[in-house]
Design a protein around this ligand. Structure first.
Ligand SMILES: NC(=O)C1=CN([C@@H]2O[C@H](COP(=O)(O)OP(=O)(O)OC[C@H]3O[C@@H](n4cnc5c(N)ncnc54)[C@H](OP(=O)(O)O)[C@@H]3O)[C@@H](O)[C@H]2O)C=CC1
Ligand SMILES: CC(C)CCC[C@@H](C)[C@H]1CC[C@H]2[C@@H]3C(=O)C=C4C[C@@H](O)CC[C@]4(C)[C@H]3CC[C@]12C
Length: 313
């Protein structure tokens, strides 16, 4: 509450200051805003599906959900795809469909991302298949419950390995090829990787870790003039099979479509954006509120979930 009132005080002082200088404000700010808007409008590069034609792309966690949809979009755009997950039968089906949809080539590698050797082997396979790599899409996650934290530290360790360490291991192995091609890394994260959401403490920890690591690495790549982009994708609730099974009973609205979500992720990577927010308003607005009045956002989130439907163990 204290923080909240000091934020409001600051905001009112700022308003008073600007009002007292309204004349000056109109003369300077209006042309400035005009210039910024014109710059944003004209400098915005449009996405074209041809951007992905012939590109060599790894998609992890692509046997189902958003990853599977990304593989299909890439296939339609004529990319080479190498997909991963644990379930071989599902991967085989996705590869067959990718070839039908027009992929330049489609391959899979199955195994669990608990094993860092697999993470590295997937990248080696791309080198062997294509001699290089243009895009690395890090999307897989291990099993996530939606409930009060049960005190299981081992679960957090395992989830950190799957959701975080394997992402780092793949990035380390892929960087030499990505530097050569001027490629991109796409990291799929979540609102729960930016804001404290109840009932997903272990998962949330792994997604916050991704933000810390990849936002720091992005800065280093820019300082060193290395032409590899990193896009952090902040997603809200998406209607995948797993998400519907896990949270449909506590959510007041249905999730956003996975096919559209998958396309937005690919576009943001191709356009080398810093971050993607999807669906835009349901993710971006809470992030803006978080920075001004975090307590208010916390209470909004608690009220937006049917918490009485979450069973205490
Ligand atoms: N759905 C949602 O509401 C939201 C999702 N996201 C993010 O989007 C991404 C995709 O989510 P979504 O499509 O819902 O996930 P799904 O549960 O549909 O898919 C997860 C994928 O990861 C694979 N996987 C699971 N465990 C492992 C493992 N140990 N090693 C390797 N692969 C594994 C699964 O295949 P298999 O079981 O065969 O291994 C599957 O292909 C995730 O990063 C998630 O955090 C973010 C916000 C919201
Ligand atoms: C401003 C607020 C109203 C926003 C609240 C949105 C919350 C409830 C949304 C935002 C991100 C969502 C989770 C997510 O990222 C990924 C998964 C993995 C999946 O396997 C099971 C579902 C789960 C846990 C989602 C559950 C619902 C979450 C917490």
């Amino acid at each position: 509450m204290l923080l909240w009132s000091s934020d409001l005080q600051g905001l009112s002082l700022l308003c008073l200051f600007f009002c007292s200088r309204m004349g000056l404000l109109l003369k300077i700010l209006v042309p400035f805003v005009g210039l910024v808007l014109a710059f944003c409008f004209y400098s915005k590069e449009d996405f074209k599906p041809e951007m992905l034609k012939g590109k060599r792309v790894i998609v992890t966690g692509a046997s189902t959900g958003i990853g599977e949809q990304m593989a299909y979009h890439l296939a339609r755009m004529g990319a080479h795809v190498l997909i991963t997950a644990r379930t071989e039968a599902k991967l085989q089906k996705v590869v067959t469909r990718c070839l039908e949809l027009g992929a330049a080539s489609a391959h899979y590698m199955n195994g669990s991302m608990e094993d860092m050797a697999l993470a590295e082997d997937v990248v080696k396979e791309a080198k062997q298949l294509w001699g290089g790599l243009d895009m690395l899409i890090l999307n897989h996650i291990g099993y996530t419950y939606f409930n009060y934290f049960d005190g299981d530290v081992e679960h957090i360790r395992k989830l950190l390995e799957i959701n975080f360490l394997s992402y780092v291991a793949m990035t380390v192995s892929a960087l030499p090829m990505l530097k050569e091609s001027g490629g991109s890394i796409l990291v799929v994260s979540s609102t729960a990787g930016k804001i404290g959401i109840p009932f997903v403490a272990p998962y949330s920890a792994t997604k916050f870790a991704l933000d810390g690591f990849f936002s720091s690495l992005r800065q280093e790549l820019i300082i060193e003039n290395i032409n590899v982009s990193i896009t952090l994708c902040i997603l809200g609730h998406i209607a995948t099979e797993t998400a519907e099974k896990t949270v449909s009973h506590v959510m007041q609205k249905p999730g956003a479509p996975k096919k559209e979500c998958a396309l937005e992720i690919i576009k943001s990577g191709a356009l080398r954006k810093r971050e993607l927010y999807y669906p835009y308003t349901t993710v971006r607005i809470p992030l803006l509120i978080r920075d001004w009045t975090p307590e208010f956002l916390d209470s909004l989130i608690r009220n937006s979930l049917n918490v009485e439907k979450v069973k205490r163990s």
